[in-house]
Ligand binder design. Structure first.
Ligand SMILES: NC(=O)c1ccc[n+]([C@@H]2O[C@H](COP(=O)([O-])OP(=O)(O)OC[C@H]3O[C@@H](n4cnc5c(N)ncnc54)[C@H](O)[C@@H]3O)[C@@H](O)[C@H]2O)c1
Ligand SMILES: O=C(O)C(=O)C[C@@H](O)[C@H](O)[C@H](O)COP(=O)(O)O
Ligand SMILES: [Zn+2]
Length: 362
């Protein structure tokens, strides 16, 4: 039975939008009120299409609905694949009144959002995230883009969706490795801004890993609430929003080193958060017990705790040097002032970073 469980609002003035979270919403929830014109282009991939495309089409009754099915994988979050979206839009004569719809995980979401930001100088788009990671993070906040061989998400735009529709039922088909990857970003919210949530995650981790639907809906709601708050305060990452990057400076370096798609984004972020906690402890910001607390929760989510074999401190330094947070060539890292409160700093001691990298690199 179709049921709305939670509704949130991302408060951005005239670009505000709702996040609707519920069960069996796909195909039952009418999305036409968010479509301005008469055309819709649903972008998905070859894994998600057979599972959910038919249902998604039913959410747009009475409209011209076209579809484009992309290859699956982080390695396809690139120019060539992005161009396939533009090809489909032009072949089907989509006008500047069209609405793009992202049906899939964060890869499809980031690319569809970027296509929407660019097509005929910008058209509306709708997010229908189908992975845990995309439901708790990437579908909210308007960061869109593609990867460059030299760095993750290096080409992109801020472009907010008009609505985010989260159907928790889509998680029943998700492989457990992808569930763990999503949990990395869920844990992130507890660590950066919500100590109560972290304590709840510590109590409920077994249920989450086992895909308990009630626990997952609660985790999705609390994660989206945290992300919506941060985005509303700092939409374009002038300051605060960078805390959403906890673990990502190390994590993006890992993803790039391993080759896109070999380490999942969430896996790299999980390890990255453990490394950030280690550095925070060396900086005297958190205790050793807190550092262990971070390591334990990440491990209990089924995530790796060390970078890939063969990745050296020099590899990290070279890849982290192209991070988007850096200013004037100076590395800026998100660390933990406390468990439950993140800070962005350019002042960590180089010798502490060297020690953290030496400890984790095998
Ligand atoms: N824009 C943002 O704010 C933001 C935030 C976090 C991550 N990201 C980006 O998101 C990407 C990671 O997203 P992801 O973890 O969703 O990965 P993904 O999009 O690659 O999806 C993971 C896998 O699950 C499959 N899949 C999707 N839905 C499914 C379902 N319901 N059942 C079965 N299989 C399903 C996909 O086809 C894919 O194989 C990265 O590129 C990352 O950089 C962006
Ligand atoms: O929304 C944000 O802001 C985030 O940083 C969320 C991250 O989880 C996400 O991975 C994002 O894509 C990273 O952005 P980037 O600017 O570091 O590429
Ligand atoms: Zn992320």
């Amino acid at each position: 039975m179709s049921r709305i469980l939670h509704e949130l609002n991302v408060d951005l003035g005239d670009r505000s939008y709702p996040i609707v979270i519920g069960q069996q919403l796909l195909g039952n929830y009418d999305l036409t009120p968010w479509v301005g014109g008469s055309q819709v282009m649903i972008v998905t991939n070859e894994t998600v299409a057979p599972l959910y495309l038919e249902r998604a089409i039913r959410s747009f009754p009475g409209l011209q609905v076209d579809t484009v099915v992309l290859p699956d994988g982080e390695q396809y979050k690139d120019w060539g694949t992005l161009n396939r979206i533009f090809d489909a839009l032009l072949e089907k004569r989509h006008s500047r009144k069209t609405t793009l719809v992202a049906l899939g995980g964060g890869v499809v979401g980031d690319m569809t959002g970027f296509a929407a930001a660019c097509y005929q100088r910008g058209v509306p788009f709708i997010q229908i995230p189908t992975t845990l990671l995309s439901q708790v993070d990437s579908s909210v906040g308007g960061k869109t883009g593609i990867n460059h061989p030299l760095g993750k998400n290096m080409i992109g735009a801020f472009h907010q969706p008009d609505v985010v529709l989260i159907d928790t039922a889509s998680l029943t088909t998700l492989p457990s490795r992808e569930v763990s990857a999503g949990l990395a970003e869920v844990i992130k919210y507890g660590l950066i801004r919500d100590l109560d949530f972290l304590a709840w995650l510590e109590a409920e981790m077994e249920r989450l890993v086992a895909l308990d639907s009630e626990a997952l809906a609660e985790a999705i709601y609390r994660s989206c609430r945290c992300k919506a708050e941060v985005v509303a305060l700092d939409e374009r990452e002038g300051g605060l929003r960078a805390i959403l990057n906890l673990g990502h400076t190390f994590g993006h370096a890992i993803e790039t080193f391993a080759g896109y798609g070999n380490w999942l984004h969430g896996e790299a972020v999980g390890t990255g958060m453990i490394m950030a906690a280690d550095l925070s402890a060396r900086e005297g910001m958190i205790s050793d017990a807190d550092e262990r607390r971070v390591r334990d929760i990440v491990r209990r989510a089924g995530l790796p705790a060390r970078p890939p074999e063969g990745m050296s401190p020099d590899d990290f330094m070279a890849l982290m040097a192209v991070d988007k947070k850096n200013i004037d060539g100076k590395l800026r890292l998100v660390l933990l002032a406390h468990v439950g409160q993140a800070v962005v700093t350019a002042d960590s001691k180089p010798e502490n970073l060297t020690e953290t990298l030496a400890k984790f690199c095998r």
